[in-house]
Design a protein around this ligand. Structure first.
Ligand code: FES
Length: 103
């Protein structure tokens, strides 16, 4: 059953233009900050499993650190193939806590 899980405090979140990985309910989540907006998606790149949260932001996309595949942090869609989508997770902030909905 889906439930919101705390992944960290607002102070631990990436700053604008950065991505970072967090552990949530036994899986790794990539949190991206694009223009001050936080979003969360699965941390595993669809190419060969690279850690997206160790990548960077370019042109509003999360760029995988291994071979450069790019993903829209809001939809999870790969730039070169919209049919290839990383799961995205709803994210919300409650006070100082950042939570993601893991299904
Ligand atoms: S593993 Fe991500 S681009 Fe290759």
């Amino acid at each position: 059953m889906a439930a919101y899980v705390r992944i960290g405090s607002t102070a631990e979140m990436p700053t604008p233009g950065q991505a970072r990985e967090f552990s949530a309910a036994g899986r790794m989540v990539c949190v991206a900050n694009v223009g001050g907006r936080l979003s969360a998606m699965d941390n595993v790149c669809l190419h060969r499993g690279g850690p997206l949260g160790q990548g960077f932001i370019s042109g509003g996309k999360v760029v995988c650190p291994w071979h450069g595949w790019e993903f829209d942090p809001l939809t999870g869609a790969a730039t070169h193939n919209a049919a290839a989508c990383v799961p995205v997770y709803p994210l919300k902030i409650e006070g100082d806590d950042v939570l993601v909905l893991i299904s």
